[in-house]
Design a binder for this molecule. Structure first.
Ligand code: PLP
Length: 378
């Protein structure tokens, strides 16, 4: 048989999540902190909209990149006045379309790292080369300059950051914007966690009007409205990029889900009460897990200002983060994701997507595990 020309490694977070679920199904007491999805119900208005749409038999195709009334609602909610708005089945296909349209074989894409697992694979699937740029805090011009070449087409900017919980503030965004302009790069921004910023508010790259002509900005209802399984995302892009992405999406996906569109319209048209409350819940969880993990010797946590991930340096306990996670799952039934999935070995990611009581229990188990940990070397 001839070899495949393109393959992608499966999502590490999804396969770990599956492993943890299988263990739980076999009767083990597992606290699964791998999956990055909100564990609370979506807004009632969205549920009602789906029921009404179903009753009205709204089950046919909708326009390839979204119905006009939803696009209007997205514009009103986001303040995206310039550029074209596209709707698709979550942030992922919009990111895939953006990357595939901007970068191809021989091109490079800069990737501030640690970064979301799907970025490097999506860039590779497009035939392009991901170039990780390891972030200090904050990202520096020197670090970006080391990564850029005359083949670089774009830079992916995730804010708030999965997996570190960092939030990029205006000076860092300005630096990225200026860098993109100076090197004539597209900015592919992923702001799916924008509603989960616990202190200091959120600044979108869209606020930098001077880069809108090169900005493809992606967001979705997955996290903000607990609608991950309904697959509904939205993006804004300058007309030429939007046109290329529309073509891609019309062939690859056909159109967004007609029922999810109605749910998204209902939740986006409402005020911010739901997402404000959600942020409150996750802020309390963040405080709880930070306090619990902070007491554990030899673990160091990054300050978590946004998203719902705690980024933990475990290298003083075990240099092999995958081994750390495997042993933790075996010994204590706590599932975390190894940092190598995000291009950063020596760390683990804890998703605080469970109730506070489960998080307190997970911290206690982690404490016991670390205190009794013996490396193979001793
Ligand atoms: N972008 C980031 C940074 C994510 O963490 C995720 C999901 O975990 C996604 C995109 C995917 O979002 P969606 O469910 O809207 O495709």
């Amino acid at each position: 048989m001839k070899p495949f020309s393109r393959t992608a490694a499966p999502s590490v977070t999804m396969s770990l999540d599956r492993q943890a679920r299988e263990l739980a199904a076999s009767g083990k007491d597992v606290i699964n902190l791998t999956a990055g999805q909100v564990d609370l119900p979506m807004p009632d208005a969205g549920k009602a909209a789906i029921r009404a749409a179903l009753d009205a038999d709204r089950t046919g195709y909708v326009p390839a990149t979204g119905s006009a009334d939803l696009i209007e609602t997205v514009r009103n909610k986001t303040g995206w006045t310039e550029g074209r708005v596209l709707i698709s089945a979550g942030a992922k296909p919009l990111l895939t379309a953006a990357i595939a349209c901007v970068a191809g074989p021989g091109d490079e894409v800069l990737l501030p790292a640690p970064c979301y697992t799907s970025y490097p694979e999506t860039i590779r699937l497009a035939g392009a080369v991901p170039v990780p740029v390891f972030r200090g805090t904050p990202l520096t011009h020197e670090a970006l300059t080391r990564g850029v070449s005359d083949r670089t087409k774009a830079i992916v900017v995730n804010n708030p950051v999965n997996p570190t919980g960092a939030v990029l503030r205006a000076p860092e965004l300005r630096l990225l914007a200026d860098f993109a302009k100076a090197h004539d790069l597209y900015l592919i921004a992923d702001e799916v966690y924008h509603a989960f910023v616990y202190e200091g508010g959120f600044t979108s790259l869209y606020a930098f009007a001077d880069v809108r002509e090169r900005l493809i900005l992606v967001d979705s209802a997955s996290k903000t409205y607990a609608m991950a399984g309904l697959r509904l995302g939205y993006a804004v892009a300058p007309a030429p990029a939007a046109e290329a992405m529309s073509g891609f999406l019309s062939h690859a996906l056909g159109c967004p889900c007609s029922l999810s569109e109605r749910a998204a319209k209902a939740v986006l048209a409402a005020d911010d009460t739901y997402s404000d409350e959600l942020r409150g819940v996750f802020r309390r969880r963040r405080d709880r897990i930070l306090a619990g993990i902070g007491r554990i010797p030899r673990l160091r946590t990054a300050p978590c200002e946004g998203a719902f991930y705690l980024w933990i340096d475990v290298s003083a306990v075990e240099a092999d983060d995958a081994l750390f996670c495997r042993r933790l799952l075996d010994a204590e039934g706590v599932a975390l994701t190894p940092g190598r999935a995000f291009l950063c070995p020596g760390f683990v990611r804890l998703a605080f997507t469970k109730p506070e009581s489960a998080l307190a229990e997970a911290a206690a188990r982690l404490d016991r595990f670390v205190r009794s940990y013996r490396t193979d070397a001793n």
